[in-house]
Design a protein. Structure first.
Length: 235
């Protein structure tokens, strides 16, 4: 079994970060996500929001993998999250439902409000293989290395959604006017949808790569909308 842990500190308040996490798909850096569907959602007696989603991902095997190791490239992933708006805590667990004999991956996300209005996200992941044939450790090491390599791309996609939510909150709301974030997120789902073009705002870049220390996201020049439109043109 291999284990990975990392913490990341956002300058944004918990309400924005937790919302962005739930709305992180689709984004230009998540082309491996084929679908994401809510299968259940309810309010618990304690007042928390509990959601279960089914996510379909696609991937590729390393060159050294034996032929017929898995029957298909797609994998179903179960995501279970719980949001506590009073305690300002969000917990999320994801795990693959198929190919579990080859490797079982379980990821735990904990997002909570930190000091000075910032938000701390802790990510923990476990990689367990029961494949055997002398490949168990090699498979687990591959899963860990790929997870760490994809972490930066995942965060870049997350920052795009985070930027769109920031932009939506900065614009004044008028009665009957469309919400800019909802319109932009609809574009990500449907490139043919029409909406107005909002002002560009700076987008933070990723900081930190695979270290157990707390990292932060500095602000860099650029625009979430520029990246989204470029992605749509490429598609």
């Amino acid at each position: 079994m291999k284990f990975y842990s990392q913490s990341f500190l956002y300058d944004d308040p918990w309400s924005i970060v937790s919302l962005a996490y739930l709305l992180r798909y689709p984004n230009p850096y998540a082309s491996h996500i084929l679908s994401c569907d809510v299968i259940s959602r309810d309010i618990t007696p304690a007042g928390t929001l509990r959601t279960t989603r089914l996510i379909l991902k696609t991937g590729s095997l390393p060159r050294w993998a034996p032929k017929g190791m898995i029957s298909r490239a797609e994998s179903w992933v179960l995501e279970e999250s719980e949001v506590d708006p009073l305690g300002k805590v969000m917990r999320c667990t994801t795990k693959n439902l198929d190919h579990v004999k080859v490797m079982r991956v379980e990821e735990h996300i904990h997002i909570r409000q930190a000091e000075d209005g910032k938000t701390l996200q802790t990510t923990e992941a476990m990689f367990i293989s029961g494949f055997g044939w002398g490949l168990t450790k090699k498979i687990e090491n591959y899963g860990l290395a790929k997870f760490k390599a994809n972490l930066q791309r995942s965060r870049e996609g997350f920052f795009i959604i985070l930027d769109l939510i920031r932009q939506s909150r900065r614009q004044p709301m008028t009665l009957g006017a469309p919400n800019s974030f909802l319109a932009s997120h609809r574009i990500l789902n449907d490139p043919d949808a029409k909406t107005h073009t909002p002002q560009a705002i700076p987008a933070p870049s990723d900081a930190g790569n695979g270290t157990p220390e707390i990292t932060t996201g500095p602000t860099a020049s650029g625009s979430a909308w520029t990246r989204v439109k470029s992605w749509l043109r490429l598609g």
